[in-house]
Design a protein around this ligand. Structure first.
Ligand code: ATP
Ligand code: MG
Length: 416
């Protein structure tokens, strides 16, 4: 038997409606906020992620699915959505179009990680990007979009915000971090020793318990923000307050990717264990330039759909309602089955969700199957009905039956 690759999962037909619900709500929410969908390839040149995600991040150093294609190009399956969107923004000259460019995506993403609950090798994200607007009101809008989506889906999370400043303030902060960590170097994990040299800010993102303990007393970036970054952060807070969006400031949040500037945020749940971050995002004013475009600011987030579904399911199995067929046609013999087949087709043509027998089953077995499907009505067709060109329609909830002619049957169910 061939199994799915480690860290991947099938979405089975019985569960697909849950995914569709989340995707529909996400699309609807994006539309209300005036974001348009962008679809970029599942794979990109590896170079894009080296430059666009950052070569000191875990994603790039350890987690990418990178391979040579038959033309000897280095290709990588996208580990996240932002770099591809940024590449497309530059390549398609969107900077000279209408700004800000507000876009969203629903994508599979690939990271070679140790699979656990809420941590997969193929997972899915709903994300948004806004390019061209630098003000904190846009950060607040992006946060509000994530917040409203999570609320619509009924999940309880807490919003943490932070500012990690700009290259100017971060320079001084990195020095302060290095000074703090220098005497603790021996106690840090192997990765953090490299982070100390290459990108001290990353030290705060380590998930090792020993490192976390040392991190607790590290200096705060919020004490090192330059006046402009400080004003930006203050404005964000005032916009969130005006909008009634509750937040907690957490100066340890630095985000896993290198391209962030100023605002960073996470929506975290305590209900699904260690992998509690369902949404992460922030501002990345240097990204487009880093990828060879102009100086175009950007801000966005990504929600992990698997983690979101775990949270939704915590609220009870039936929080998302599955739609069911309207009518199941039971044919008592072969002639009746043939008529049931064509009536079923005409109902479908009229936009009614209908089903009929495919297995030459007995009437009893057909009723049983209709019940399993959850059909609201069962329309029975026997010899008498066939002769009189009518159906005996049973409402499965009330048990009532009604006689409906072949002619009227389509309108009968369309009005349901
Ligand atoms: P974590 O700290 O949990 O590793 P991250 O900072 O690497 O998360 P991001 O790159 O910000 O995650 O991705 C955004 C969201 O995508 C996360 O908040 C999470 O919900 C989801 N996500 C990230 N990696 C995975 C994964 N391997 N499996 C499932 N979901 C994931
Ligand atoms: Mg990660």
């Amino acid at each position: 038997m061939i199994n799915v690759p480690k860290g991947t999962k099938d979405v089975l037909p019985a569960d697909a409606y849950k995914w569709q619900h989340v995707e529909n709500v996400a699309r609807e929410q994006a539309k209300l906020y005036n974001y348009k969908e962008i679809r970029t390839p599942v794979f990109e040149h590896t170079e894009l992620f080296l430059r666009g995600v950052g070569d000191t991040t875990d994603v790039v150093t350890k987690e990418m699915y990178t391979f040579k294609d038959k033309g000897d190009r280095s290709i990588t399956l996208k580990p996240e959505g932002t770099a591809g969107v940024a590449r497309s923004f530059i390549e398609n000259g969107m900077a000279s179009g209408a700004l800000p460019a507000k876009m969203y995506y629903i994508i599979p993403a690939f990271r070679y990680e140790r699979p656990q609950a809420g941590r997969l090798r193929e997972f899915h994200q709903f994300g948004v990007e806004v390019f061209g607007a630098s003000g904190a009101e846009t950060d607040a809008e992006v946060i509000s979009l994530a917040d409203s989506l999570l609320k619509k889906l009924g999940v309880q999370v807490r919003l943490y915000i932070n500012s990690i400043g700009c290259p100017t303030c971060r320079k001084a902060y990195n020095e302060a971090l290095k000074a703090y960590f220098a005497p603790h170097l021996d106690g840090l994990c192997y990765d953090c020793k490299t982070r100390y040299e290459k990108n001290p800010l990353r030290l705060l993102d380590c998930k090792e318990e020993d490192c976390k303990k040392i991190n607790a007393d590290a200096p705060s970036i919020l004490d090192h923000l330059c006046p402009d970054c400080k004003a930006h952060f203050e404005k964000l807070k005032s916009y969130l307050e005006e909008a009634g969006i509750e937040y907690t400031i957490n100066d340890r949040i630095v985000r896993g990717l290198d391209y962030y500037t100023r605002t960073v945020f996470e929506f975290v749940s305590t209900a699904i264990g260690a992998q509690g971050t369902v949404c992460g995002g922030g501002r990345y004013d240097g990204l487009i330039e880093q990828l060879g475009g102009g100086a175009v600011p950007g801000v966005g987030f990504a929600v992990g759909i698997e983690r979101l579904l775990m949270l939704i399911e915590k609220n009870g199995a039936d929080v998302i309602k599955e739609e069911k067929p309207v009518v199941y046609f039971v044919g008592m013999d072969d002639d009746c089955r043939k008529k049931a087949f064509s009536l079923c087709l005409s109902l479908r043509a009229g936009g009614v969700w209908a089903e009929t027998d495919h297995m030459s089953r007995s009437v009893k077995a057909q009723f049983k199957y209709a019940d399993k499907l959850g059909a609201k009505y069962v329309a029975v067709l026997g010899g008498n009905e066939l002769a009189e060109e009518k159906l005996s329609v049973k409402n499965m909830a009330t048990g009532e039956t009604e006689s409906v002619s072949f002619q009227e049957v389509c309108t009968y169910f369309q009005e349901e």
